[in-house]
Design a protein around this ligand. Structure first.
Ligand code: DHB
Length: 391
């Protein structure tokens, strides 16, 4: 009996020894997503998981002969947890790609693991400019705050807005938004009269909204991470700011499609700049939104689309290596790649590995009884202004 078991155990080893070198190509190709499925950023995890699963349902789970194996881990947006999960995915599960990263600190904490293990790290959420410089193995499909902040600053300066108060979440992407809004707006003749930062972990905006009111600006420019927009809008209305004559502008994170429809009339007329709106008018986006809503009973937002595109990027890179994979080969295949996303055309900048895409100016309107960010102006194929500034 024992002998039989020993022999049985030896058979796979013997088989492996006589296998041709192409064996790796028949092994599953593992993608480990680390996402905030719980906690303050849980909507980001929920959106990306739904979009990744939709991509797989539409495109199958085999690429160039490799079975795609999806592993999803919840880090609750806690950077120490992200780092530990990334380590486990790379060392124990031997994943071929790590992906996800809901907020900037979790992406930054993981960058050294990507570098050391030469594992491609596809960032599908976090949006501080600096992230892609933290490892040569990072590629991003979400966006950067400088892309969004510069576009809305230009629009504001051209639209009779002269004095602005900025109000941002007090961590890296908020600082990017504040800095790039201010530099572009002042370069175009505008004035930033006060800069307010609110703590990331506290959704109580009351004291900050009072200060905005006291300053009597033409507009308040806002950046808050995905998931905080509805609470902000509620407090904005409760304090009467919607009737104060102070215009609300921002990056599109504040009128997030995940929550927009529940925000009510206070959101009407809010002008933001972003790379994705669920109402983007193309056949591909209409199909994406319809199939996403049918599968999930909620609307995709900019996080969902970045997860979907992250999956498309991985599939295309794996196909380009004819199923071979490998960290360096996958990154090489991703650099310079161009394809149509539900947001429009996107390119991975071969120099920075960051996403290049259109930035739209949008206004919240009621369309067919629902609230949407209706796109009305566009800046084509915008590269991250943060990289140009850092040079
Ligand atoms: C980040 C998180 C968000 O939810 C968002 O909308 C933009 C940026 C971040 O932490 O990088």
């Amino acid at each position: 009996m024992q002998k039989r078991q020993v022999l049985k155990g030896l058979i796979p080893v013997a088989l492996a020894l006589c296998l041709p070198s192409g064996f790796a190509q028949t092994a599953p190709f593992k993608i480990g997503f680390i996402l905030p499925m719980t906690g303050q950023s849980a909507s980001t995890g929920r959106q990306i998981e739904a979009a990744v699963k939709l991509y797989m349902a539409q495109n199958g789970s085999t690429v160039a002969g490799r079975k795609i194996e999806l592993i999803i881990k919840d880090d609750a947006a806690v950077a120490d947890t992200t780092r530990r999960l990334a380590q486990e995915l790379v060392v124990n599960d031997k994943v071929d790609v790590i992906a996800g990263f809901g907020i900037t600190p979790t992406a930054m904490a993981t960058a050294p693991i990507a570098t050391q293990s030469k594992t491609p790290m596809v960032v599908t959420a976090a949006a501080t400019s600096v992230i892609t410089t933290a490892s040569p193995y990072i590629v991003r499909t979400s966006f950067t705050l400088p892309q969004a902040a510069v576009s809305i600053a230009e629009w504001a300066a051209k639209n009779k807005i002269k004095r602005v108060v900025t109000l941002v979440s007090d961590y890296a992407p908020g600082i990017d938004a504040e800095k790039f809004f201010k530099s572009q707006f002042t370069a175009k003749g505008g004035q930033v009269i006060a800069e307010i930062r609110s703590p990331l972990k506290s959704p109580d905006f009351a004291p900050f909204l009072q200060k905005v009111r006291d300053e009597k600006p033409d507009a308040v420019f806002v950046f808050l991470p995905s998931g905080q927009g509805a609470a902000f809008m509620k407090q904005f209305a409760e304090r009467g700011l919607d009737k104060s004559g102070i215009k609300l502008i921002g990056t599109g994170d504040v009128t997030d499609d995940d929550q927009l429809n529940d925000m009510g009339d206070v959101a009407l007329g809010v002008v933001t700049s972003h790379h994705y709106s669920a109402s983007h008018n193309t056949p591909l986006n209409k199909k994406f939104v319809a199939e996403f809503e049918a599968a999930n009973k909620f609307r995709p937002n900019f996080m969902g689309v970045a997860g979907y595109d992250g999956m498309a990027l991985i599939y295309k890179a794996l196909a380009a290596t004819k199923g071979q994979g490998g960290g360096d080969a996958l990154i090489a295949a991703m650099k310079g790649i161009t394809f149509e996303s539900p947001r429009g055309m996107i390119t991975i900048d071969p120099e920075t590995r960051d996403v290049i895409h259109d930035m739209h100016i949008r206004k919240v309107e009621r369309v067919g009884g629902q609230l949407y960010n209706v796109e009305f102006d566009v800046e084509k194929q915008v590269k991250d202004p943060g990289k140009a500034a850092a040079k």
